[in-house]
Design a protein around this ligand. Sequence first.
Ligand SMILES: *Cc1c(COP(=O)(O)O)cnc(C)c1O
Length: 392
Amino acid sequence: MELREVYLDYSATTPVKEEVFQEMVPFFMERYGNASSLYTPGLDAKRALDHAREQVAALINAKPQEVFFTGCGSEADNWVLYGVADAYKEKGNHIITTIEEHHAMLHTCEYLEKHGFEITYLNIDEKGRIDLEEYKNAFTDKTILASIMLVNNEVGTVHPIKEMAKIAKEHGVLFHTDAVQGLGNVPIDVVDMGVDFLSMSAHKIYGPKGVGALFMRRGIRIPNFIHGGAQEMGRRAGTENVPGIVGFGKAAELARVNFDKHVSHCKELRDYLAEKITKEIPDTYINGDMENRHPGNLNVTFEYIEGESILLMMDARHVCVSTGSACSSKSLKPSHVLAAMGVPDELIHGTVRFTVGDFTTKEDIDYVVENLKEVVAWLREVSPLGPGKSWN
Ligand SMILES: *Cc1c(COP(=O)(O)O)cnc(C)c1O
């Protein structure tokens, strides 16, 4: 089989699309104005920001004035947690979230816990789902925020955010969703969903790295996270990353226009990959729920071997896949998401995440599975574990 380069880690990041890159290019050299300057090049940059804000707002059915650009999705998550904790500390010190959030949420929650806040981490079941009764029962008169991710980044579970936001509202509690994995992959309408805050990131939707946004419902005031100048309607200081924001705007527009095509393309290839792997490689299991799932996500356990070894051997064959999430793959801790789903540690270590995207082809999938078959067979042969094998 001829050698190919195949990227199957679209949940870690995506390549910038050509149309997005072309929109950004003029803003590095010719159109370099500072959007806060009052002369013509400044106004030009300001207009470009306004346009990008409209494009991002349109993707989630928000008003442009409700979209604040940030340095990344992690900043948006941090801003909500610190901001609500600070603004509502007189009302209470309790926050509800889940055990399977991204580390941008979890590590910020841990920090708040050290400063007197109480966090309830909702469990997930063996398919990655949240129990709505457990959620309802978690509210107390001290609860100031509920934050539930829209789509999990490891196993792809899509949570019923509209229903959960409604329950928070009935308790008079603000609701945030980390929608970084959901953006462009599941329908998002902030009006219909009834959320107060929603985090986004450009580099997961074929935009550039280093730019994100927070949707904050009109009328809500929380303290700024970055202090300084009056950028972002006075809510987030720092000279705007004009090329990055312009790229985010274009990526959001493409995500909106191509939504149906993107979703069906990803689903088709993801399902093809799932079918081939489970048919052609024995002792493999798919983790998570095949319904209510990110259209490009497939999370697979290969029994008896290490996911890290698969990753490295596939890399040698020019295929990029990941173990767990990109953020935890440098630590040896088993995935907190799979652990919460009750997957035993030894099986978590044998787990690989594949995520397909717009540039993935059927030939890519065939190439990946052919190589996976060889890699898995070889690793199992040298593994001390396996059917009929024992340590002594
Ligand atoms: C990638 C990701 C983030 C972080 O976004 P950055 O822009 O990389 O900081 C947050 N939450 C989820 C669910 C993600 O997948």
